[in-house]
Design a protein around this ligand. Structure first.
Ligand SMILES: N[C@@H](CCC(=O)N[C@@H](CS)C(=O)NCC(=O)O)C(=O)O
Length: 197
């Protein structure tokens, strides 16, 4: 397998999973500066010209969450058994991360990339409020536990922590101590550190 990715992208999600599981996979660095991700050749792997994309044999799979979950299944760990209630909760948190948690963060992030004079304060406030509502729910879910599903580290934690750590770098986690502790636990994992090295 080959994972096309780079260190400042959502490719860090499957990259972390690979380090947790020890699955063999070549990491192919995609340099945004050269624009190689917009080449015709690369678009054959990822039609949007984005990262990450995983090539397994003759099949290319895009979307960071899909790749992360696929790799967890392939490794046979970091995911509760198929058909169990825990698996249902695992799907809940994984889909929630992409559909409910991340959009508010993206909204704030995209405004931050604009020149200050062009930023839309209402969009920033709305994105922040949407994200903080998610942190309220996540804080409750994490109360008294280290990890989200069965208090056992899983790919769901990789996805959630990846988004929340990104938001933390934008100073969006202030006032949520349970979240700060959760992110710190994730970042302290040797596999996380190896993935970011
Ligand atoms: N929802 C997609 C988003 C992919 C995405 O937007 N990747 C960014 C890096 S985090 C990218 O490649 N940006 C450059 C571009 O799309 O031109 C995923 O999670 O994989």
């Amino acid at each position: 397998m080959q994972l096309y990715s780079n260190k400042s992208s959502r490719g860090t999600r499957p990259r972390w999973l690979l380090e947790e599981t020890g699955l063999p996979c070549e990491i192919v660095n995609v340099d945004f500066a050269t624009g190689e991700h917009k080449s015709d050749a690369y678009r054959k792997l990822h039609p949007h010209g984005s990262v990450p994309v995983l090539v397994d044999g003759t099949t290319a799979i895009f979307e960071s969450a899909a790749i992360t979950l696929y790799l967890a299944d392939k490794a046979g760990n970091l995911a509760p058994p198929v058909g169990s209630v825990s698996r249902g909760l695992y799907y809940q948190w994984c889909v929630w991360t992409m559909a409910t948690l991340e959009p508010g963060v993206i909204q704030v992030f995209l405004q931050g990339r604009k020149p200050e004079a062009e930023r839309d304060a209402t969009a920033i406030a709305e994105g922040t409020a949407r994200y903080h509502e998610c942190l309220r729910v996540l804080s409750e879910a994490l109360e008294g536990r280290e990890w989200l599903v069965d208090n056992t580290f899983s790919a769901a934690d990789i996805l959630v922590i990846s988004v929340v750590a990104w938001a933390g770098a934008m100073k969006l986690n202030e006032g949520f101590p349970v979240i700060a502790d959760y992110v710190a636990r994730g970042k302290a994992r040797p596999a996380f550190l190896r993935a970011r090295a």
